[in-house]
Design a protein around this ligand. Structure first.
Ligand code: ADP
Ligand code: MG
Ligand code: ZN
Length: 368
């Protein structure tokens, strides 16, 4: 059974939206005060709530039970239900990525001339708006210059820099942001509670980190993991990590612990044990070098902590700060040089781990 969580759990009220606080605030104020723009431009990364808020706006404006001064849709009246089911004739969604042609825009212009059938407003959501052809853009621009009183446009795009300025200038623009890891976790927790599925906290962390700011991606990943784990089974960190093909930061930390002690025996045997367990060495050394780079940057400026290692758990943060303290800049520099070299040589070595082992021996033989 495929749940398609991101559809099942599309927020039905503004209160359910995670993040995007200022956008929600301005939109809900506009709805409750009745001061609505005719054209909005929602710009930002995928899976951050653009389509969802476009639909919520349409639903709230056309809700038959909403009183003056309120902004939430009732989700019960005919209009709300039609929009929730996706068959409202007064909410028109156009995907510019698949309908790039001028015909679409011509239809749109025709459509606009008719007043809404049942509702107060006809709402047009034009997705991936930057994909429209030149002709379609011109048609849209004409429409935006003189929008009829009953029409509201929500243009959505992931690439605002590809949009023509004359269209942007006719819209009230909102910049959607990527969601933070704790925000994504909170959302996943809610869904799992509703689905009555148990979970290990660190498993959700891994999912949230992998989603890089997109709630939709996080929800799709969760979908996959649920079907992978089996119905009713709890979501385990190990399974998630395996599924994501993630090199566990833990592994790197342990490796670095031995290496920073310059314990050649422990470091090499840990490496070989990990290989026996099936780690992908290419991936491992790449992640390792990335980790070393973060240590180096931390060393240069502790301010890097916020931006660089924000995806680490607090425990992992303490560890990486520890390494930055323990190792000198010269040492980190030398290790990085050697490991980068090993990464290169590995591609041509008949014994894959040999270049890395050699560099470990070299690094550990240098006592300060
Ligand atoms: N800010 C958000 N708050 C809560 N859920 C969200 C948010 N953004 C995205 N989602 C989830 O992801 C799904 C897809 O979001 P959508 O609005 O279509 O993203 P896009 O920005 O790509 O249009 C939604 O159905 C919802 O489940
Ligand atoms: Mg969308
Ligand atoms: Zn309603």
């Amino acid at each position: 059974m495929n749940l398609v969580l991101y559809r099942k759990y599309r927020p039905k009220t503004f209160a359910e939206i995670v993040g995007q606080e200022y956008i929600v605030k301005i939109l809900t104020n506009a709805i409750s005060s009745g001061m609505i723009s005719h054209a909005y431009l929602f710009a930002g990364p995928r899976g951050t709530g653009k389509t969802t808020l476009g639909r919520l706006l349409a639903k709230a404006l056309n809700c038959q039970n909403r009183k003056e001064g309120e902004y939430e849709p009732c989700n019960k009246c005919e209009s709300c239900q039609e929009i929730n089911k996706g068959n409202s004739i007064d909410l028109i969604e156009i995907d510019a990525a698949s309908n790039r042609g001028i015909d679409e825009m011509r239809n749109l212009k025709e459509g606009i001339r008719f007043v809404p059938t049942k509702s107060k407003y006809k709402v047009f959501i034009i997705d991936e708006c930057h994909m429209l052809t030149k002709e379609a853009n011109n048609a849209l621009l004409k429409t935006l210059e003189e929008p009829p009183a009953h029409a509201i446009f929500v243009l959505a795009t992931t690439e605002i820099h590809k949009m023509i300025p004359t269209i942007i200038s006719r819209c009230q623009t909102f910049d959607f942001r990527k969601l933070k890891i704790p925000e994504i976790i909170q959302r996943l927790e809610k869904i799992l509670k509703k689905e009555k599925i148990e979970y290990e906290e660190p498993a959700l962390f891994l999912i949230a980190r992998e989603a890089t700011g997109s709630i939709r991606d996080a929800e799709s990943l969760l979908d996959k993991i649920i079907s992978f784990s089996g119905k009713g089974k709890s979501i385990k960190k190990e399974v998630v990590g395996e599924l994501l093909g993630n090199i566990e930061t833990e592994l790197i930390i342990q490796f670095m612990e031995y290496l920073s002690e310059k314990d050649v025996k422990k470091t090499v045997s840990f490496l070989n044990k990990s290989i026996d367990k099936g780690i992908n060495l290419q991936q491992f050394i790449k992640a390792l070098n990335n980790y070393l780079r973060e240590i180096l940057l931390l060393k240069i400026d502790s301010q890097f902590e916020d931006s660089l290692i924000s995806s680490l758990t607090s425990e992992e943060k303490e560890k990486i700060k520890g390494f930055a303290k323990k190792l000198s800049s010269e040492e980190i520099h030398e290790i990085l040089e050697k490991f980068m070299e090993a990464e290169n040589k590995m591609k041509y070595s008949s014994i894959v781990q040999l270049p890395l082992e050699l560099s470990i021996v070299e690094i550990c033989s240098k006592k300060e």
